[in-house]
Write a protein that binds this ligand. Structure first.
Ligand code: ADP
Ligand code: MG
Ligand code: ZN
Length: 282
């Protein structure tokens, strides 16, 4: 039965380049690039022919070294960046039949507010640090059309409680919170409109190991309870190993390997992935 279900997210041939390209990099289809970069015209090919699917209730990991294109991919999916070409379909938007990259700005705002949540490495990207924690959540609820203050307050408290922010601190500004708490407020905000899809970009990078573990545990708990689909980006294969059912490995803007996380860990095919797996063992 599950195999007949449509993927929650389906990405097809996504390309994103910074710069317009030149004879050198266009003619050779990237053959004369240094990693993802054209030395002649300085164009960066940040994402190249990216295709993958995310199934219902699944966590997809995206792993790769710094500069491999992970954040650009997430920015494109969340409309923070426009794609150069490619398609993406979300099953809850027009039954997964319309390329979301072709949707109007207004439609994209709607998709972003109701069908996705995003959690950033740097909480400043999604939180107003001098607003209350609960006010930050109300922001996203209002963006989705909510107007009832009492309802929003109840929902905000419920969400913050769910991510283990004590009730007596919900009126405090996240600027006063520790790094781990700020990430938990971001997660609560991202979940506020019950989106089917959560995008997480290096959310534990830079946190102390014990704090990192508690945030990862929270993500796992949320995924189990809500059965929400997630795309989790990290340069750290250890993080991906803890969370992801399936994994995509990126290098220089390309997907070089994808499959079940267990399989990739046990039997990595690409030499870069083999290096990554080896570094976990040391
Ligand atoms: N706004 C931008 N303008 C030009 N190049 C960019 C921009 N953003 C990212 N890049 C380049 O795109 C490539 C991919 O970056 P990024 O997606 O941030 O990688 P990752 O998240 O895997 O570290 C890098 O070479 C980076 O320098
Ligand atoms: Mg990044
Ligand atoms: Zn060029």
């Amino acid at each position: 039965m599950e195999s007949y279900e449509q993927p929650v997210l389906s990405v097809r041939h996504l390309n994103k380049q910074y710069g317009s390209g030149c004879v050198n990099c266009r003619a050779s289809r990237g053959g004369r690039l240094i990693k993802n970069y054209c030395p002649v015209c300085s164009t960066v090919y940040a994402c190249r022919d990216i295709s993958f699917e995310v199934q219902a209730g699944e966590i997809l990991g995206v792993v790769g070294e710094s500069g491999s294109g992970k954040s650009t991919l997430m920015q494109c999916l969340y409309f923070d960046q426009s794609v150069s070409s490619g398609e993406a379909y979300i099953n809850s938007y027009k039954s997964g039949r319309e390329n979301i990259f072709m949707a109007s700005t207004q439609q994209q705002r709607y998709i972003r507010n109701l069908m996705m949540g995003k959690v950033y490495q740097n909480p400043v990207m999604s939180l107003k640090m001098n607003f209350s924690a609960i006010g930050n959540i109300a922001d996203k609820l209002i963006a989705a059309g909510n107007r009832n203050v009492r309802e929003m307050e109840a929902r905000g408290k419920e969400l913050l409680e769910h991510v283990n922010i004590p009730v007596y601190r919900v009126k405090e500004a996240p600027g006063n919170f520790s790094g781990g708490m700020q990430q938990r407020v971001q997660i609560a905000k991202a979940l506020s409109n019950n989106p089917p899809l959560l995008l997480l970009d290096e959310v534990t990078t830079g946190l102390d190991l014990s704090v990192q573990a508690s945030v990862l545990d929270l993500i796992k708990k949320i995924q189990r309870q809500l059965q929400i689909s997630m795309v989790i980006v990290s340069h750290d294969l250890g993080v991906i190993r803890m969370l992801a059912d399936r994994t995509v490995v990126m290098l220089d803007g390309r997907i070089i390997e994808q499959g079940l996380t267990d399989q990739i860990l046990e039997d990595p095919q690409h030499s870069y992935t083999q290096q990554l797996v080896q570094s976990l063992l040391i």
